[in-house]
Design a protein around this ligand. Sequence first.
Ligand code: AMP
Ligand code: MG
Length: 346
Amino acid sequence: MKHLFKAALAAFVVIAVLSVCGCTADKFEYSDFFAMNTYVSVSAQGADKQILDNIRTAFTEYEKQLSAHYDGSVINSPESSDAESYQNTMILLKQAHSISEATNGAFDFTLGAVTKLWNITGNSPSVPSQNEISEALSHCGYDKISFSDGRFYSSDNKLSIDLGAIAKGYAGDRGMEILKNSGIANASISVGGNVTVIGSSPANLKCGTKGWKVGIKNPFDTSDILGTVNISDATVSVSGSYERYFTQNGKIYHHIFDSTTGYPAESDLISVAVICRDATIADALSTALFVMGYDKAMDFCNSNIYDIGAVFCTADGRVFTTDNIKDDFIPNTNAKLSSSAHIKFN
Ligand code: AMP
Ligand code: MG
């Protein structure tokens, strides 16, 4: 038996309708489209149609460059890609490599053989045999990728790059660059579970408060939230086992893999939200922290290798935050587990 569930966006901008102190500033313009296998939502104060179209075109281009599922992408056919696309992809690959090293493979951008074998989002996913998993895993490993003379090389011709855990954040960063270069100061871009914002939301601008309120989905009830974080010029990226999975013989198999086993990570977490100024890093690290599990992930945050904050939700319904975002996280104390017991905020 299988069941595949694709959750709604894991983080989203909380739209507050306030009727106080109206002002006559430029209107926010909105654009929603499907790209990179997810829903993208852009809101930007004073943006014209051309700017919003540019973002949509850019996202279609990133998908073509970075997709593991498109034969002509730069990562699948580097020889036939144009110089500019190649160089842009190289920058992301180097960043992915460095995060893979820093997380000791908890984030590993070379798991394509494993993710394709499991094909969690396919029509009828099922658990592969141990032999198939071992074979696929033998063609993974970020240390098989090297960089020299402006090119990237793989020492294993069966290795397959999968940027699914970092590409949406990268696209958010690049999209925000387009907006900033067009002179826009207040905007949000939501790409799947990644919300990147600059300046302030319409509601906050109206009452003179800085920032955006970003909701983090309750993984036990995705129609509700765990809480909100107030951020400005930053990203909230959420990874969770509830986002994409199937069940077989009563066991859940989700889409975030452990690069040491080739199986879905046996994490004590159900979701992790990472808050960071850089959306690419936020995206990669939300995946990595999920794989690490709560204790290692909290240690990793406290090690300050990266300047990040995090909201952890454990599989048994407890929420923890790193100290640096305690003042910015507002818990939803009514949030419940599937059993209707309350989630505990620590
Ligand atoms: P995210 O939703 O950002 O956590 O990314 C999950 C996606 O990244 C999966 O659908 C895979 O394509 C890929 N992926 C799964 N496990 C890993 C991992 N440990 N490191 C890097 N990418 C992964
Ligand atoms: Mg990610």
